[in-house]
Design a protein around this ligand. Structure first.
Ligand code: FES
Ligand SMILES: [Fe+2]
Length: 427
C-alpha cells in the first residue's frame, strides 16, 4: 500500500559518524541533543525495528480499539470482527487529518472529521461522501496505512514498519525468558493491561530514560528517600554487596536480575514485600495451576526487571512504555501490571503502583528530576563525553552465555549502546 508513508525522509546532511560518537566505555553528549541524531533514530529504530505497541488485553473484544504510538507517530490498535489485531496509522489518506480522536472504545469504523471518509477497523476504505467525484479511482488504494508487520509474544503486541527483517522472536532473543517468567506469575499464564495509564512527560532524550531503567547504580542515591519512608528492603538489592546481577541479553535488551537475592531469602513473595499469608487466594491458585514446587519457585523468583529495546520496561509491578516525542522530550506511559486469575495480587499491585509512580509518588518524580538535569548536563562541554565503563573489568558470562556484571555495573548501558551502534550503522 502506498499510504503508510508518515515517515519523515532522511536528513539532508551526512549521517553522524557513529564510531566517533560511541566508544567501548564512552558516549558523546550530542547523541542526546542533536536533532540529526534523533531524525536518524526515527528512521533506523522507531520506523524500522520491532517496537512494543500495546497488549492484546487492551482490545479484548471484537471491534475494540485503543490509541497507541510508535515513537511520535499515533497508531490505532484495533481488533476487527474476525478477532485479528491491526496497527493502523492515524492519518487520513485524503488530506492527512486524524481519523480517530478518542483514546479508546469500540467501533466498527472510523470517520474522518474533515470530509467524512470512513474506514473499517481493519483499515479498508468503506465510504466516501459525494462519490461521483471519484469516478474511475481505485478505492483499494485509499485505505488507512498499516504497520507493515505485527507480531504478538504472549499477548505483547509489537509492530515493525519494515516489511522485512528479523522476526519478533529473533529480535526478543533472551528477553523472551523474562517475558515468560512475567506471564508465569499469573496462575493462568497471562498478563492483563487493564489498570489504565499515567503519562509522565520529561524534558529529556528517550535514551536517558531507557538507560536509567536498568541502571542499578542510581537507586541507592536517587531513591534513598522512598526506601527510607517505605521502610523498604529494595535498596539492599542495589547495594555494592548485592548478589543480584546486571545482564545484557543482546539486541539492546537489558536486565537487573534480582533473583539471586530472592533465592537467598528463600521466602515466597518477598520480592513483592509481602507473605503468602497475606495473599492466600493467589497462593492457592498458583499451587493449583503449577503444583506446589513450581509455584513456590515462581513466587520466590518474582517478576523481572527488564528493559526490552527500545521502549518496553517491565519493572516488577509496573509496565512503562517509553515514547520519544522530540529530541529532548519523552513521555513515559506507566500502568500497574495485572495478572489473569489473581485478583488479590492485582489489588496490591495497583495500590503499590499508585504509591510509587502515582501523582503523589516519589519514585518516578525522583527519576524525572535526574533525567532533566542529565539532559541539561549533556549539552555542556568539558568533558563532552559520558563515561559508562563501570565494572567493565569484571564482566562475565552466565550459564546461557549472556554478559553479566554486578548489579551496580554498567553492563546494561554498554549493551544498549552496542546494539544502538549496530542498528544505526546498518544501511
Ligand atoms: S482529510 Fe480525511 S476526509 Fe479529508
Ligand atoms: Fe530510578
Amino acid at each position: 500500500m502506498e499510504h503508510c508513508a508518515a515517515i519523515p525522509s532522511a536528513p539532508a546532511g551526512p549521517a553522524p559518524a557513529w564510531d566517533q560518537l560511541i566508544r567501548a566505555d564512552h558516549v558523546h553528549g550530542s547523541l542526546y541533543t542533536d536533532p540529526a541524531v534523533y531524525q536518524e533514530e526515527l528512521n533506523k529504530i522507531w520506523f524500522r525495528t520491532w517496537v512494543y505497541v500495546g497488549h492484546e488485553s487492551e482490545v479484548s473484544n471484537v471491534n475494540d480499539f485503543v490509541m497507541k504510538s510508535i515513537g511520535p507517530e499515533p497508531i490505532i490498535m484495533t481488533r476487527d470482527k474476525s478477532g485479528a489485531i491491526h496497527l493502523l496509522h492515524n492519518r487520513c489518506p485524503h488530506k492527512g487529518n486524524r481519523v480517530c480522536t478518542t483514546e479508546q472504545g469500540s467501533a466498527r469504523s472510523f470517520t474522518c472529521p474533515y470530509h467524512g471518509w470512513t474506514f473499517a477497523n481493519d483499515g479498508a476504505i468503506k465510504g466516501i461522501p459525494f462519490p461521483s467525484g471519484y469516478e474511475g479511482v481505485d478505492r483499494s488504494e485509499l485505505g488507512l496505512g498499516k504497520v507493515a508487520r505485527v507480531a504478538n509474544y504472549r499477548g505483547f503486541v509489537f509492530g515493525s514498519m519494515a516489511a522485512e527483517g528479523p522476526s519478533l522472536e529473533e529480535h526478543l532473543g533472551g528477553a523472551r525468558y523474562a517475558l515468560d517468567a512475567l506471564c508465569d506469575t499469573s496462575p493462568e499464564g497471562e498478563v492483563q493491561i487493564t489498570a489504565g495509564f499515567l503519562k509522565h512527560k520529561v524534558k529529556a532524550n528517550w535514551k536517558i530514560v531507557m538507560e536509567n531503567e536498568t541502571d542499578g547504580y542510581h537507586p541507592s542515591f536517587v531513591h534513598a528517600s522512598i526506601f527510607e519512608v517505605a521502610d523498604s528492603k529494595i535498596g539492599d538489592l542495589y547495594s555494592a554487596e548485592s548478589t543480584a546481577v546486571s545482564r545484557d541479553y543482546g539486541n539492546g535488551h537489558t536486565e537487573n536480575d534480582l533473583r539471586p537475592e530472592f533465592r537467598k531469602r528463600d521466602v515466597p513473595l518477598s520480592w513483592f514485600g509481602t507473605t503468602p499469608e497475606k495473599l492466600p487466594d493467589y497462593v492457592a491458585r498458583m499451587n493449583a495451576a503449577y503444583g506446589e514446587e513450581k509455584a513456590r519457585k515462581i513466587m520466590i523468583d518474582g517478576t523481572p526487571h527488564i528493559m526490552v529495546f527500545p521502549n518496553l520496561f517491565i519493572a516488577e509491578i509496573q509496565m512503562f512504555v517509553i515514547q520519544p516525542v522530540a529530541v529532548n522530550e519523552t513521555v513515559q506511559h506507566v500502568t500497574a501490571l495485572q495478572f489473569k486469575g489473581a485478583p488479590d495480587l492485582n489489588r496490591r499491585m495497583r495500590q503499590q503502583t499508585m504509591g510509587s509512580v502515582g501523582p503523589a509518588g516519589f519514585l518516578l518524580a525522583d527519576d524525572a528530576s535526574m533525567y532533566e538535569r542529565t539532559q541539561q548536563g549533556v549539552q555542556m562541554k568539558n568533558p563532552e563525553w559520558n563515561y559508562i565503563g563501570r565494572g567493565r573489568h569484571r564482566e562475565r558470562r552466565d550459564e546461557d552465555g549472556f554478559l553479566i556484571g554486578d548489579n551496580t555495573d554498567e553492563v546494561p548501558t554498554r549493551g544498549i549502546w552496542r546494539h544502538y551502534k549496530a542498528v544505526m550503522e546498518a544501511a
